[in-house]
Design a protein around this ligand. Structure first.
Ligand code: AP5
Length: 191
């Protein structure tokens, strides 16, 4: 099984690159952001609570997203591997993911981190906010809050994988295809 984490701040291109990567490598895409937005669209109690938090640019509680990932792993017993996008986002989530994967006798092979400057992130997200239905993209204050949460809580995840020598940093600026080539080259050396 080949499991990888695509890591990076909001707007760094995780979702964009994930779509191309799952097509090329046949991995199952697990995005906690997409899972939460699906709950919001169905107006479930979880979705209604999550939306209030997401609209402020804050993180949904660890136990909620860990539960979602646990169910998704169980629901895909035949997956060749998983591509985690937007998860883990705290050190506690990273530790929980390791435990869940260990139960399935597998592990994270590599964490690929996309590096993009803050002004470029804000530009990309505001641009998407002009046309998308994502309410957390329409307001610059919320976008900057999401980036601040990334620095205060999520960079710890990269440190966690660095301690196991599994963190690789890649330039996340350039064209989508150039970045895809960089990511693919890193994956190909580890398959
Ligand atoms: P989530 O859905 O994970 O969003 P995010 O991390 O804020 O990331 P984005 O989806 O906005 O960006 P991305 O890196 O995927 O970039 P994308 O490819 O979309 O999380 C949303 C919220 O849910 C969180 O704030 C939190 O509240 C909650 N949540 C989710 N997971 C959680 C967890 N594990 N724990 C707790 N809470 C959680 O690209 C962005 C834009 O840039 C697009 O318009 C794209 O077309 C454009 N773009 C992409 N690549 C390029 C390029 N190379 N050049 C120019 N533009 C580009």
């Amino acid at each position: 099984m080949f499991n990888l984490i695509l890591f990076g701040p909001p707007g760094s291109g995780k979702g964009t690159q994930s779509e191309k990567l799952i097509a090329k490598y046949g991995l199952k895409h697990l995005s906690t952001g997409d899972l939460l937005r699906s709950e919001i669209a169905q107006q479930t109690p979880l979705g209604i609570e999550a939306k209030k938090i997401m609209d402020k640019g804050q993180l949904v509680p660890d136990e909620v997203v860990i539960g979602m990932i646990s169910s998704s792993l169980d629901a895909n017993p035949d997956a060749k591997g998983f591509l985690f996008d937007g998860f883990p986002r705290t050190a506690a989530q990273a530790e929980a993911l390791d435990k869940l994967l260990k139960l399935k006798k597998t592990e994270i092979k590599v964490m690929l981190a996309l590096e993009v400057g803050e002004e470029e992130l804000v530009r990309r997200l505001l641009k998407r906010g002009e046309t998308s239905s994502r309410s957390d993209d329409t307001n610059e204050t919320v976008i900057r809050a999401r980036i601040a949460v990334y620095h205060s809580k999520t960079t710890a995840v990269a440190e966690y994988y660095k301690s196991f020598d599994k963190a690789v940093y890649l330039k996340g600026e350039g064209t989508v295809d150039e970045i895809f080539e960089r990511i693919s080259a890193e994956i190909d050396t580890r398959l």
